[in-house]
Design a protein around this ligand. Structure first.
Ligand code: N01
Length: 514
């Protein structure tokens, strides 16, 4: 965003809470942290030069490599000179008379801007459940999303990991290798398929670089932001053996996006979904030696309706002698004690606790800033009930002129390959600001009817799927007391791009421009 606006001649300033660029990859430094999109697609594509200059080492790169990439980008485009690090935006209030956003920083200074753009991500507000006694714990504790920059040493320690989402599943096998003993506290078993990570072959990289123009087009027009053909056939129309063979082939290739594309109705039809869910459960049974442990690891929700996970040796880890699985749905965590953790059943002695307990997703990062639009209306108040949260295209909301959200609620965001969705918003927003400037317009604001129609559309698309049938961070169910609603546009990245482009082509239809 900074690069595009600066190139277009606008004076632009970025405020960043972290000490450097990287965002999610700056904070999430836990052992085993990797990306679940393949690196050759987990790129910025705005610069051909950048695409040619950077070379990924492996299919699913580790966090340090992604951070190195983002630093490379910052250096190449001299971005840091316009970024103020170690600075949190506390509040952003719209002053109607002056048509300016008053941005209040946590160091007490104030900045004024005509446009206010949030790039706060969807998963940056850490969720640490309010366990009683946490302050009394004498050992060390960490949240995966706020991991220390220096290496944490678990050697010789009794470690507890709470949570088995992507962060837990990635860190558990690595911590198990180092710790004296690892206890995994699992509330909901999840589906995870093998990443099958591998170093890239130089010839593959050469071909990819040669074809990036085509790849970029495919990514942009695809369903989830990576080139992938979805088989439109129903899973139920395929003969049992053929279906199993197909799942086996795709499972062996690794990753989860392709699994989702194996058949056309896996996210919409319960029986179709069950064929794949069942296949994945059978894989767990094959790996985990103790049948009781295997049973505890068996998920029973519809695959995809919680974020699918990919792993390296996750289920294998439960065959180790130094790993114990504790079901905290059966016996909930009651409190953290000075020396460990107590469930309804038993007390566990621990030297360190890792909270892999996720994030207050989608709205959480936005609500950390006191954002107020016209008449002092707070975004938090406007969206007090998740189900009634309204945005126009997931980028703007009525009552908040000249305010844009990159990957905001009701855009494809987290159910897409994020860099593709980020770039699409960046391009749309910068083109929009350019348009306003060129046409001597001072403000742009979503119209109430337009956002009502968009939010209704998002809801209808989601309700035609299985996604809202499961409690997850997608629906807000992971945060106690959070209003629930499915806040992601599921129509697909390519379709969404077309809709946004059409809105712009029609002179920003659905917005009031003045
Ligand atoms: O968080 P999560 P995450 N008592 O919310 C459990 C992205 N990401 O950080 O399912 C006990 O998925 C909770 O249990 P339940 C990716 O999009 C990507 O792992 O609510 N347990 C769950 O098991 C991902 O989906 C990558 O019943 C409690 C876990 O904590 C998203 O970030 C890597 C609890 C939280 O799982 C979030 O992943 C990492 C409690 N009170 C993250 N509260 C990659 O690119 C919560 N839990 C691979």
């Amino acid at each position: 965003m900074l690069y595009r606006l600066r190139e277009a001649g606008f004076s632009t300033r970025v405020y960043e809470a972290g000490g450097d660029v990287g965002g999610v990859w700056y904070w999430n430094r836990y052992p085993g942290a990797r990306c679940d999109s393949e690196s050759i697609y987990y790129n910025f594509t705005f610069s051909d030069e950048l695409l040619q200059e950077w070379t990924w080492s492996q299919r699913y790169p580790e966090q340090p490599e992604i951070l190195r990439y983002l630093r490379f980008v910052a250096d190449k485009f001299k971005l840091r000179q316009d970024i103020q690090f170690n600075t949190r935006v506390a509040a952003a209030h719209y002053d109607e008379k002056a048509n300016r956003w008053k941005i209040q920083l946590d160091d007490g200074t104030i900045a004024y801007a005509k446009y206010f753009i949030t790039a706060v991500g969807c998963l940056s507000a850490a969720n640490i459940p309010k366990f009683e006694g946490i302050d009394s714990f004498k050992g060390e504790w960490y949240h995966t999303g706020h991991w220390p920059h220096e290496k944490v040493n678990f050697a010789g320690k009794r470690v507890g990991v709470i949570g088995t989402g992507s962060s837990g599943v990635q860190s558990i096998p690595v911590i198990a290798e180092e710790a004296e003993h690892l206890t995994v506290f699992q509330r909901t078993p999840q589906y995870s398929s093998p990443a099958k990570n591998h170093p890239y072959d130089p010839e593959f990289i050469r071909k990819t670089k040669e074809n990036y123009n085509e790849i970029r087009q495919q990514m942009r027009n695809s369903r989830v932001g990576i080139p992938l053909m979805r088989n439109e056939q129903s899973a139920l129309d395929a003969p049992h053996e053929e279906r199993l063979q197909k799942y086996e082939e795709v499972w062996n290739e690794g990753g989860f996006w392709k699994l989702a594309a194996t058949y056309g109705d896996l996210t919409t039809n319960e029986a179709a979904n069950e064929t794949l869910s069942d296949f994945l459960r059978s894989k767990i049974r094959k790996v985990v030696k103790d049948p009781k442990v295997a049973e505890k690891l068996m998920p029973d929700y519809f695959y995809f309706t919680k974020r699918p996970i990919i792993d390296t040796n996750y289920y294998e880890t439960f065959n180790r002698d130094n790993v114990t699985l504790v079901d905290v749905k059966e016996a909930p965590i009651e409190r953290i004690t000075p020396t460990g953790l107590k469930t309804a059943e038993k007390e566990y002695e621990l030297d360190a606790i890792v909270f892999a307990t996720g994030f207050d997703a989608m709205t959480g990062p936005l609500f950390k800033i006191d954002i107020r639009g016209k008449n002092g209306l707070g975004l938090k108040e406007k969206w007090a009930e998740g189900a009634r949260l309204k945005t126009y295209l997931g980028m703007s909301t009525a009552g908040f002129p000249n305010f844009f959200m990159i990957t905001g609620p009701e855009s494809p965001s987290v159910i897409s390959n994020m860099p593709v969705s980020i770039e699409q918003h960046v391009e749309w927003i910068s083109d929009c600001i350019h348009y306003l400037h060129k046409n001597n317009l001072e403000t742009i604001e979503a119209r109430t009817e337009a956002e009502e129609a968009w939010s209704k559309h998002c809801k209808e698309v989601a309700e035609a799927t299985l996604y809202s049938k499961t409690d997850s961070w997608y629906t807000g169910a992971n945060i106690e007391g959070k209003p629930q609603g499915f806040l992601i546009y599921l129509g697909g990245v390519g379709t969404y791009r077309e809709i946004c482009s059409e809105v712009a082509a029609k002179g920003y239809e659905g917005f009031t421009l003045e």
